[in-house]
Design a binder for this molecule. Structure first.
Ligand SMILES: NC(=O)c1ccc[n+]([C@@H]2O[C@H](COP(=O)([O-])OP(=O)(O)OC[C@H]3O[C@@H](n4cnc5c(N)ncnc54)[C@H](OP(=O)(O)O)[C@@H]3O)[C@@H](O)[C@H]2O)c1
Length: 326
């Protein structure tokens, strides 16, 4: 049934895919946009845009007014200090919950957290996502809330993993750290479908769900390189980046970011996340409660991401030489 959905983060990777999917499904979407990001609004007709910020209660009150459900997708994955992450990923949740709880009737609320919240000791990001969940559970007294903990999400419009995938498509895979990690992946289209299922379901209140693409044991970095090698019909050369090199680079980057005042992606915390051995998720609860099942395999998803329809042929000469490849 069509609903009115209040959406945050609609100028970002996941949020813009959600805005498109929800609007195309016939829902009325009202979305928050920061004044400086108006140019980043996705090209989706009929969205009602509300200018504001997670730090501005008035704009959040305006955003959630009349909504049946709120999907909180805004967040930061970059930052140098705990305060930078907490301001958005923790205080932002608290502020949104305050606006939601003032509504009558109170809309349902879905928080896009992260599987990183399982290991809050690893990084400021992981800790902030866990604290965001705690704030939601503590402050949303009258709200029917649900938490999604996606793993690594990829697909069109994604910016952090895409450069690594593109290098693989050219025949070179950079493997950070010890290469022991196993992690789950999820195509953004499957994530948007999971949100659509949540909108239709009635038995998800107070629950936290992990999501992945249906590959139960996750992947190693080598598995990803192997999949791209298959897609390009040519081998991919593996280049290991030693953990010590990454840690040193991340420390320099952090110091530079603190001096130059920008929000860094590569920090010692991010390296600890990358080196963590088990980021495998479990879909079973979400499947049981909503009927959602992911549809896009890694191979299909990478093909769609790296070689969108209309792109030039993927045929490239096979890499030569004695280096280890897949
Ligand atoms: N991408 C993944 O692999 C992944 C995996 C697990 C969980 N998640 C979670 O999913 C959410 C979305 O991730 P993403 O990859 O789509 O991130 P993204 O592309 O960086 O988008 C972040 C969104 O949040 C908005 N935002 C940031 N600070 C804000 C503030 N103070 N007020 C209002 N809006 C603000 C951004 O607005 P501007 O455009 O104005 O900057 C943007 O729309 C995050 O909470 C992230 O932790 C992501």
């Amino acid at each position: 049934m069509p609903q009115t959905i209040a959406l945050t983060g609609a100028t970002g990777f996941i949020g813009s895919a959600l805005a498109k999917h929800l609007a195309a499904s016939g829902h009325t979407v009202q979305a928050l946009v920061r004044p400086a990001s108006i140019h980043k609004r996705p090209d989706v007709p009929d969205i009602r845009w509300i200018q504001g910020d997670l730090g501005n209660l008035e704009s959040l009150q305006c955003l959630v007014r009349g909504a049946d459900a709120v999907v909180h997708c805004a967040g930061t994955v970059r930052g140098a200090t705990r305060a930078q992450f907490d301001r958005i990923n923790v205080d932002g949740v608290a502020q949104l919950v305050r606006a939601v709880e003032e509504q009558q009737p109170v809309p349902r609320l879905l928080l896009l957290s992260s599987v990183a919240a399982r290991q809050p000791h690893l990084s400021h990001y992981a800790a902030s996502k866990q604290r965001g969940e705690t704030v939601l559970a503590e402050k949303a007294i009258h709200t029917s809330w649900t938490i999604f903990r996606p793993c690594a999400v990829y697909g069109p419009g994604e910016r952090e993993l895409l450069p690594l995938f593109r290098w693989m498509a050219r025949g070179i895979a950079f493997l950070p750290g010890a290469g022991q990690a196993r992690f789950s992946m999820l195509h953004v289209q499957d994530l948007t479908e999971a949100v659509a299922r949540w909108l239709e379901s009635e038995n998800t209140s107070g629950r936290t769900y992990e999501l992945h693409d249906g590959h139960p044991d996750g992947y190693s970095q080598q598995d990803i390189a192997r999949t791209v090698a298959k897609l390009r019909s040519a081998r991919v050369v593996l280049i290991k980046i030693p953990a010590i090199f990454l840690k040193t680079l991340a420390t320099f980057n952090l110091v530079f970011a603190l001096t130059a005042r920008y929000a860094p992606m590569l920090t010692p915390g991010k390296v600890r996340e990358l080196s963590h051995v088990n980021w495998i998720c479990d879909n079973r609860s979400l499947n049981a409660d909503t009927g959602w099942t992911p549809r896009i395999s890694l191979e299909q998803g990478l093909e769609q991401t790296l070689w969108p329809k209309g792109a030039p042929s993927r045929q490239v000469p096979a890499a030569r030489g004695k280096r280890k490849g897949v």
